[in-house]
Design a protein around this ligand. Structure first.
Ligand SMILES: Cc1cc2nc3c(=O)[nH]c(=O)nc-3n(C[C@H](O)[C@H](O)[C@H](O)COP(=O)(O)OP(=O)(O)OC[C@H]3O[C@@H](n4cnc5c(N)ncnc54)[C@H](O)[C@@H]3O)c2cc1C
Length: 398
């Protein structure tokens, strides 16, 4: 939609096709229906939140910034507000208002919109695109084509990855596609026993197994959630995007008390053990853990819950400290594309001009949005990536 508006503003006649019965089906469900449409941080700070190929995004983000996008929406009748973490939402809390803003801009610029119209191929002669083929067999000629057919996540919204094969057939390389910003199935059963429990201010660290041991990939502080299949919540979703290749090569470590060093944790446990010296171990962790988690931690520590705390050895306490500070969580796999907020992988950015979004393989073909091998953390960055690359593509059409 942004690409169409940008091209029309340059004076081109634009036809916009969507296989869905309405525009913005994925936008509608973003931000839990509220659409976290961008992030108000300084545009220079965006790059820390882009997980893959952030340097490809310099031109796009500086050419069409978050401030530009916010001004665009406000101009088209969508008042905005900024919340915690600089996340920007429509003031109404309704994602449908963002879609209405785009529709108003499309109408204002006389773009023709064709719904329920699936494109199944490109017309290409001598590596120059000159049209499209529709599902009903019709061929339409165009001077330029901008593709923004999305990734593979939430395929029910229309972005089912169908265009990756078409591009591959025409010489583009598609880097491996995997679900991103997605919950994780755990190897162990204990996270499932904690289903429904949310932990705040914990640190989760992702490690990759190497021939020499393991390498730290990323560590984050925040909130996580236990579910019927394993783990989810903001920390888990973010770390999932950093797993490339075989997820079995990764594991997680949970620090339940990041404000305390291991020595301080040990001292804290000793203090509690003194306070509850006549209690059984199973009844002595109430000051340190949510009640649901106590039986699980007791089990993981290997200490008999019936033993009196004053009988617990230094060695046993050390193991308990490790459970608080370095709790291992094995990864059985990621949940699938149906639950993924974003697709990791896509059109190889080396084959796309970062200053115009034009394909380096097929002239007059432009590629924008989640189709590209670029993805970011939650916070409004992914929609901004889509609109910045869309705007650049529309603006670059000759
Ligand atoms: C549940 C959920 C919540 C999210 N929340 C946020 C959020 O709050 N903030 C944020 O920044 N990001 C969020 N995202 C990510 C964000 O929605 C996407 O990154 C963004 O929509 C990508 O835009 P796009 O235009 O590239 O692709 P899409 O929005 O996926 O649009 C692609 C369009 O192409 C159409 N299409 C596909 N194939 C064809 C074809 N062959 N012919 C014709 N049309 C076709 C589809 O019907 C679709 O309408 C969320 C994603 C999900 C799934």
């Amino acid at each position: 939609m942004m690409a169409a508006v940008a091209a029309a503003e340059k004076g081109h006649q634009v036809d916009l096709y969507d296989s869905n019965e309405k525009l913005g089906k994925k936008l509608y469900i973003t931000g839990k229906g509220r659409c976290n449409l961008t992030n108000a941080v300084d545009i220079g700070d965006y790059f820390d939140s882009i997980v893959h190929n952030h340097s490809f995004m310099y031109s796009a983000l500086y050419s069409y910034t978050n401030a530009d996008f916010m001004a665009f929406l406000e101009k088209h009748g969508v008042p905005l507000k900024t919340e915690r973490g600089d996340r920007v939402f429509p003031a109404s809390d309704k994602s449908s208002d963002v879609i209405s803003g785009f529709k108003a801009a499309l109408k204002h610029n006389c773009c023709r919109v064709y719904l329920n119209t699936r494109i199944i191929d490109l017309l290409i002669t001598n590596n120059i695109v000159n049209g499209i083929v529709l599902e009903n067999g019709d061929m339409q000629s165009y001077d330029a084509v901008i593709l923004a057919t999305g990734g593979k996540s939430y395929p029910s919204t229309g972005s089912d990855g169908n265009f990756f094969q078409i591009l591959e057939k025409n010489g583009h390389q598609i880097t491996p596609l995997s679900p991103g910003l997605v919950p994780i199935n755990t190897k162990e059963d204990w996270p499932r026993d904690l289903q429904g429990l949310a932990l705040k201010n914990v640190v989760l660290t992702l490690y990759k197994k190497t021939p020499k041991g393991q390498k730290k990939v990323k560590s984050m502080l925040g909130e996580m959630l236990f579910t019927h299949f394993g783990i989810s919540g903001p920390l888990v979703l973010s770390l999932s995007s950093y797993m490339v290749g075989n997820t079995k090569d990764y594991c997680l470590e949970l620090d339940l008390k990041p404000a305390l060093s291991s020595d301080q944790m040990d001292a804290r446990i000793q203090r509690d053990f003194l306070k509850y010296q006549n209690k059984d171990f199973g009844n002595a962790l109430g000051d340190l853990l949510p009640s649901k988690m106590i039986p699980v931690m007791v089990d993981l520590s290997g200490i008999n819950p019936a033993v009196k705390v004053n009988q617990i050895t230094k060695e046993q306490r050390k193991k308990l400290v490790a459970c608080f500070k370095q709790l291992r969580i094995g990864i059985a796999g990621l949940r699938d594309f149906n639950e993924a907020i974003i697709t990791v992988g896509g059109v190889n950015v080396k084959e796309v001009d970062p200053g115009t979004m034009e394909s380096k393989k097929i002239k007059n073909l432009y590629i924008a949005g989640e189709m590209l091998d670029v993805d970011a953390l939650t916070g409004g960055y992914n929609i901004q990536i889509a609109v910045s690359t869309g705007w650049l593509a529309g603006n670059a059409v000759k």
